[in-house]
Design a protein around this ligand. Structure first.
Ligand code: SF4
Length: 65
């Protein structure tokens, strides 16, 4: 899995950080920071949930990568 974030779409809600803190962090202004673009398989479920709950649809997943 490869994770791509679009900081232009991110509205700084922080849902992704709550759901998958090993993969997402936030800058001081709230915008998402991608910590791990190729997360280990045990994190995939949390990353999918983060993408689902992101209010800005700022998290894209490439499941084939
Ligand atoms: S959940 Fe989406 S909008 Fe909120 S901080 Fe994460 S990427 Fe940004």
């Amino acid at each position: 899995m490869r994770v791509i974030v679009d900081t232009e779409k991110c509205c700084g809600a922080g849902q992704c950080v709550l759901v998958a803190p090993k993969v997402f962090d936030q800058r001081d202004d709230g915008i998402v920071v991608l910590l791990d673009a190729a997360p280990a398989s045990e994190l995939h479920a949390a990353v999918r949930e983060a993408a689902c709950v992101c209010p800005g649809a700022a998290i894209r997943l490439d499941e084939q990568a």
